[in-house]
Design a protein. Structure first.
Lengths: 70, 404
């Protein structure tokens, strides 16, 4: 299993800092929430830096990157 | 540091009346002093008093406790305020349902649709000022621009701005009122708003617009738990959004232009680096957080950070002081748009009540600043200008600028 970006649905309140700081990786739904908040997103190696940037930008610390079979 | 202790509250007590106007840039430092006294501090400057919580982690944590710290009233200065706000005064799960109806109007996609108009209005307003070479930024630009855009977002004629602005001012007067006259004026303004938006609701009921792009039309067809929103709730929602959108953007522009006028190095960097405006505004909002607090009401008797509180009493969640908390932000009083945790400020609040207009506000600010600095890259604060900031919710009352 590779890396995944996981959004904690309960913590995400839609600040949108993730998709603003990593616009090539993430986008938003019609309500303004990050579009992947309902399901983990598979990441390849090249996407990891952008995913890290997005994760660090979240004021609610609602995002994490998991590796392997966690 | 020495301080008075309130034995019943089990915390320090302070007397600073934050409703009062002060010399500019003195409110937030005073809040910082009180943040450092203790995790929670009782403020007895108002009739009922309130508990101030101002350290970053505590503010974040308490903003999430929506089950025990409720939003029935969000004004720490007055637990009995009679001005209802939707969705601000709602709690989950009702709050969540209303936000779901409103969110799409303030989503990044919706804001993008408004960007061409924002550019056009900014160019027109700034173009008219450029030749004057001496302006009060607050009254001649900072309020007109967001008012016009907000009216446009609601599908209202931008010319109505001059009519609705005094109502917004009066309602804010009511939030932070210290006299019965101010409360009366706020009540009158609410009535005027209801009449104004009432006409709009009648028009849209008879001749509905596109619910995707017209807010009132959407409110009219939206259902919450299968029940349409009442006319009264629709009116309150419109008024709430209007008051929330205008004063804040004006205030942010005031503080931002003050900094750019008085720190030419920062201004020169931004003129040469316009792609950095979005980073600039995040740090500007952190350093001068105009919404200094988010009020919450204690639902049942409880202890908040070790202080006994009774049902109905108010907690002041200090967004501005939290944004300068040295436990969270390194060198917190210094403006540093390259700081690593730039996005973690609480200028737009946090948790379920986070500012619905944050994407709109950011876009408005970036467009205004980009446009202004293309047209007027150099300017200064008028020498000898004495600046005051409003209490309650900060704003520079005037900001005289001049250029050659």
């Amino acid at each position: 299993m590779g890396a995944q970006l996981v959004v904690d649905f309960g913590k995400c309140t839609g600040h949108g800092r993730c998709y603003s700081t990593a616009p090539d990786l993430l986008t938003y739904d019609e309500e303004g929430f990050v579009s992947v908040r309902h399901a983990p997103m598979d990441l390849d190696e090249s996407q990891l830096p952008a995913a890290k940037t997005a994760m660090d930008a979240c004021p609610e610390q609602a995002m994490r990157i998991t590796y392997g079979t966690e | 540091m020495t301080f008075e202790l309130d034995p019943e509250r089990r915390c320090p007590v302070v007397h600073t009346d934050y409703r009062q106007d002060r010399p500019a840039f003195t409110t937030i430092p005073q809040l910082g002093v009180e943040r450092e006294l203790a995790p929670a501090v009782w403020n007895d400057s108002t009739e009922y008093g309130f508990l101030m919580v101002q350290r970053y982690d505590d503010v974040m944590e308490l903003l999430k406790q929506t089950d025990v710290l409720v939003s029935d009233n969000v004004n720490a200065f007055d637990p009995h305020m009679q001005i209802p706000l939707i969705p601000n005064s709602l709690n989950p799960p009702e709050h969540t349902k209303v936000r779901r109806v409103l969110n799409p109007f303030f989503s990044p996609a919706a804001v993008k649709r408004l960007e061409p108009l924002a550019k056009e209005r900014a160019e027109s307003l700034i173009g008219a000022l450029a030749e004057k070479k001496s302006v009060d930024l607050v009254s001649e630009f900072a309020i007109l621009y967001p008012t016009e855009l907000f009216l446009a977002l609601l599908g209202l004629p931008t010319e109505d701005g001059t009519m609705v602005l005094p109502w917004v001012e009066a309602i804010f007067g009511g939030f932070f009122a210290s006299t019965p006259e101010e409360l009366q004026a706020a009540g009158d303004a609410v009535a005027s708003f209801n009449e104004y938006f009432g006409r709009l609701v009648d028009e849209r009921s008879a001749d509905p617009g596109d619910p995707e792009t017209d807010l009132v039309s959407r409110l009219l067809v939206s259902e919450i738990d299968g029940v349409p929103m009442s006319r009264e709730d629709i009116l309150v929602t419109c008024m709430t959004l209007m008051t929330a959108g205008l004063d804040t953007t004006r205030s942010a522009l005031g503080y931002i232009f003050h900094q750019l006028a008085t720190e030419p190095d920062v201004r020169h960097r931004m003129v040469n680096e316009p792609e950095s405006w979005s980073r600039f505004i995040e740090e500007a909002i952190r350093v001068n957080s105009l919404i200094i607090q988010d009020g919450r009401q204690v639902k049942e008797d409880m202890e908040v950070l070790g202080c006994p509180m009774k049902a109905g009493e108010m907690v002041w969640l200090g967004l501005a002081a939290a944004n300068r908390d040295p436990r969270k932000f390194e060198d917190p009083d210094t403006f540093d748009m390259d700081r690593e945790n730039l996005n973690h400020h609480l200028g737009f609040g946090a948790g379920v009540h986070r500012c619905i207009g944050m994407h709109l506000a950011r876009a408005e600010l970036v467009i205004a600043l980009e446009t202004w600095h293309k047209m007027i890259p150099d300017y200064r604060l008028r020498p000898g200008a004495e600046l005051t900031e409003r209490g309650g919710q900060l704003r520079l009352q005037t900001l005289p600028l001049e250029w050659d």
